[in-house]
Write a protein that binds this ligand. Structure first.
Ligand code: COA
Length: 350
């Protein structure tokens, strides 16, 4: 496999953070419950009328600026999202146009929270085949569109209570609603021969038998695919069997990390950072304990952003590059599990 370096990174979080207490204004929940069960304190939401291609734009521009590259120097865009601007086309071409590099191939990838593992595999393969030398990988999400309340003004401080029906509806979906936040992260990868940087190994899986444990019921099984029934029955809000997803993540991710490390011939103790998808702090703590890895090697920012799905890993990597924690020569193991189910781990040398 040809090597590559991550030459740039960027992130963008829209608007102000919304605290757990803000959410408790529209549903039956509490700051204590959310912190204890998830580790989340706040999250950001994409404003209405804005799509993920627009969230991704500043993140991508910052990544390109750090890499010292112009958009037209890119030769591939991999756009990861489960909340695209439109049902079709994908958000990749919209980002390419907004960046000012129309014509650059842009591929949307639909592996939800496991996005970065798949993107790194694809980027590495595109480089090895000679199809691309400079690739922009983006993860961006606008989950606000499926939040189970309509009273955004109450979240913003309006002095009134939701109707009883709205309160009850939001409360029915609270297990899901408290988890997700919006944002974008971007990475620029550049092919480099020699030097040893790049992907050392990858362990990646999909298992559609668990697809209905986390999915949006609405879709093209219905005619028309959006109707009054979609709204009346909340079919556009993800259905989630939270406990099952939790258990699956805690059992599959440690196995995947072990397989990826063994394939790369890297001992767990020689990994500098385990960069895990930020779904729930308790998932990452349990995975870490099962692996017997020190807490300081598993960085976390879920308290500030919640689960930004495809964006968590590039946002975290950008923070770590900018504050000096991530450095050339380090060995990093990425791990993630998401709806599909898709999951896996990748070992990288920076
Ligand atoms: N606030 C207050 N109470 C809540 C709540 C909330 N936001 N959400 C659920 N509860 C209540 C439930 O109604 C239930 O009450 P009951 O015992 O009276 O019926 C109780 O808390 C326990 O609910 P449960 O769903 O079993 O809680 P949990 O400990 O499994 O935590 C999740 C729920 C969603 C936080 C947890 O299952 C989880 O994080 N799963 C993984 C989901 C995930 O990561 N998805 C994304 C994958 S990329």
């Amino acid at each position: 496999m040809i090597g590559f370096e991550i030459t740039g990174s960027g992130r963008y979080l829209p608007g102000r953070p919304y605290t757990n207490d803000d959410l408790a204004r529209v549903m039956e929940t509490s700051d204590d419950w959310i912190r204890q069960r998830t580790g989340i304190s706040q999250r950001h939401y994409c404003p209405e009328g804005v799509g993920v291609s627009e969230l991704a734009l500043p993140a991508a521009q910052r990544a390109l600026e750090m890499a010292g590259r112009a958009p037209e120097e890119l030769d591939y865009i991999l756009f990861n999202t489960m909340t695209p601007d439109h049902v079709f086309p994908g958000s990749g071409p919209l980002l390419g146009a907004a960046l000012g590099c129309p014509g650059v191939p842009a591929l949307d990838i639909r592996t939800q929270c496991a996005a970065m593992i798949y993107s790194f595999q694809l980027a590495s393969s595109l480089m090895s085949s000679g199809a691309a030398k400079r690739i922009l990988i983006v993860g961006a999400e606008a989950h606000a569109g499926f939040m189970p309340w309509r009273d955004w003004d109450i979240l913003d401080g309006a002095d009134r209570r939701p109707s009883e029906a709205d309160w009850e509806r939001a409360t029915r979906h609270r297990g899901l609603a408290i988890l997700f936040g919006d944002g974008a992260g971007a990475l620029v990868l550049e092919a480099k021969e020699g030097g040893g940087a790049g992907l050392l190994s990858l362990d990646v899986h999909s298992d559609g038998r668990h697809a209905h444990k986390l999915y949006i019921p609405a879709g093209f099984r219905s005619r028309p695919f959006v109707s009054q029934r979609t709204v009346d029955e909340d079919l556009m809000i993800p259905a989630m069997v939270g406990r099952d997803v939790f258990r699956t993540a805690v059992s599959r991710l440690p196995d995947s990390v072990r397989r990826a490390c063994s394939q790369a011939q890297v001992k767990l103790e020689n990994v500098d950072w385990f960069i895990a998808h930020q779904a729930n702090q308790r998932i990452n703590d349990a995975v870490r304990e099962r692996l017997g890895v020190a807490a300081e090697k598993v960085p976390s920012n879920i308290a500030r952003y919640g689960n930004t799905s495809a964006a968590t890993i590039p946002i975290l990597m950008d923070e770590m590059r900018r504050d000096g924690r991530l450095k050339a020569g380090q060995t990093v193991c990425m791990l993630a599990l998401g709806a599909g189910l898709h999951w896996g781990a990748a070992v990288l040398r920076l």
